[in-house]
Design a binder for this molecule. Structure first.
Ligand code: SAH
Ligand code: SF4
Ligand code: F3S
Length: 483
């Protein structure tokens, strides 16, 4: 029998509510994988706060440990398996401790996880978090609980996330969930379900609320933000003629209107859907940051076809040309996969040559990892030997390091308007913040506070970080600066 589908015991619910008033139970929440998972964890914290759980940063005092997991590559799942091994000790010391798996690995493996990992009490998929209070209640009653139902509608639109990053300057806002693209290598459509967009009003309201609380930067999140749509169906038919249609370009316009001092970033764009309209909105407004993450995956059209990415090398390069034409200074980053099924040495060479053509600021680079149930697993052979994948990846990484260094050097020597984020990781006497291009800038603290904008003249750099000193606004105005 599948655990987790019992009727709710009213008397025990009362108990849960009572302790909610006291807030005596402690939740330790750990997130892995993409920004969407980190954003979801803030929704989970909010839902469980209502049920009487306060989050703690001290694992040892937790009554409930939840791991919000990722399945994107096999090593992401292995990491969680190791973490579970480690948690066995914690459970020995505190037999009342409960352990739950959330997120993509929960969705992919479902009840199987309970069989394979004996210490797991709870398995909850990304669309079932509203059910957490009930499920946790069951677990506290000594049962195991599972809910991995995917939804076509759930966007958690009205849930106010509990911000777990306590610096209070930058925040994520999920604008959509799921993905309909079916790239042949990718597990996300299976773990996150169908694509659905969140009500723009609730997105703008969340951005306004964050600004009022002192936040100065939001990142709009989705697996493919360019296919955000509201009040229009997948075929392009308007649903309610009396209401405006909101696509990603209009949404960015709306969010950037919240305040000119609220910086807006977004992730991830998809090359097949990124329109010039989006680029034109970005170009028009200083608070829409000049930075685009545009994953290419491969520089070879045949490989892209097998990947089912929906574009060719030429199409991708045309999108890069559009960015350069509309925003000549825009920073661009990417994702690359080395050694996909059937990739020849020449095709790998095409990825390197594309990288040389674009000269990315930054890249995330991976060896192909076959994922169960995906199109590639069913149709193609994972035939590039592990060692050869490693060799190709190393070449890609080395080339990218050259480009990153060159790009950072090219940014050095100018004055930037920087959003101060907090103390530098390496030196507490220094602050760090980013310029519009998402490049980290480190500078001596001076008389400024996190959450403020200041002008920094950059004088030095490492391969990915700029270093500089604060200058007065008058100086920045006189000499010119990058907003
Ligand atoms: N929605 C985003 C990507 C999300 S996953 C997009 O389409 O761009 C983040 C990155 O992980 C992908 O861009 C891809 O480079 C990598 N990735 C996904 N599945 C992978 C796999 N099976 N093996 C290796 N890398 C993978
Ligand atoms: Fe995966 Fe492709 Fe969707 Fe990105 S667009 S999440 S790579 S299926
Ligand atoms: Fe990983 Fe799921 Fe994100 S598989 S990358 S956590 S959507």
């Amino acid at each position: 029998m599948r655990p987790g589908h019992h009727t709710i015991d009213e008397s025990r619910q009362g108990e849960a509510l009572q302790s909610s008033a006291v807030g005596e139970r402690k939740l330790y929440l750990e997130s892995y994988g993409c920004q969407m998972n980190f954003s979801d964890s803030e929704i989970v914290a909010s839902i469980l706060a209502e049920a009487g759980y306060a989050t703690t940063k001290n694992e040892a005092e937790a009554d409930l440990i939840l791991l919000n997991t990722c399945s994107i590559r096999d090593n992401a799942e292995q990491r969680i398996r190791h973490r579970l091994q480690h948690l066995k000790g914690g459970k020995r010391n505190n037999p009342k401790l409960k352990v739950g798996i959330l997120g993509c690995m929960a969705e992919r493996l479902r009840d199987q996880l309970l069989e394979e990992e004996k210490l797991v009490d709870l398995v909850v998929g990304p669309d079932a978090y509203r059910d957490l209070p009930r499920l946790v209640d069951e677990v506290e009653g000594g049962q195991k609980a599972v809910n991995t139902l995917l939804s076509r509608e759930e966007t958690y639109a009205e849930i106010q996330p509990v911000r777990l990053d306590d610096k209070g300057v930058t925040a994520f806002i999920s604008i959509m969930r799921g993905c309909d693209n079916m790239c042949s290598f990718c597990v996300v459509p299976f773990t996150r379900g169908r694509e659905r967009s969140r009500d723009p009003q609730s997105i703008v309201a969340e951005a306004r609320d964050l600004f009022a609380k002192g936040y100065r930067e939001v990142t709009l999140l989705g697996q493919n933000v360019d296919s955000y749509k509201w009040n229009v169906d997948a075929k392009g038919n308007v649903k309610d003629e009396g209401q405006p249609v909101v696509r990603f370009a209009q949404l960015m316009d709306l969010v950037s209107d919240v305040d000119s001092d609220l910086r807006v970033r977004f992730s991830t764009s998809h090359p097949k859907d990124m329109t010039d309209e989006v680029l034109e909105v970005m170009a028009r407004k200083d608070n829409l940051c000049k930075y685009i993450h545009l994953p290419v995956q491969s520089g070879d059209s045949d490989v892209l076809k097998r990947m089912n990415r929906g574009y060719t090398r030429e199409w991708y390069l045309d999108r890069i040309a559009a960015i350069r034409r509309i925003m000549p200074d825009c920073a661009i980053s990417t994702d690359v996969i080395a050694g996909f099924c059937g990739e020849t040495v020449e095709q790998h060479g095409a990825t390197l040559s594309l990288m040389r053509e674009v000269r990315y600021e930054m890249a995330f680079m991976f060896k192909y990892s076959e994922r169960p149930r995906t199109l590639a697993e069913r149709k193609f052979e994972d035939d590039v030997p592990e060692e050869e994948k490693g060799r190709r990846l190393t070449e890609i990484i080395q080339l990218q390091q050259e480009h990153s260094k060159e790009r950072t050097a090219a940014q050095c020597g100018r004055i930037y308007r920087v959003l101060v984020e907090g103390p530098s990781k390496k030196n507490a006497e220094e602050f760090q913040g980013r310029n519009t291009y998402n490049t980290m800038i480190v500078f001596p603290k001076g008389d400024v506070e996190p959450g403020q904008y200041h002008y920094v003249r950059t004088t030095d750099h490492t391969s990915i970080t700029l270093r500089g000193e604060l200058v007065e606004e008058a100086v920045a105005q006189e000499e010119g600066f990058i907003a």
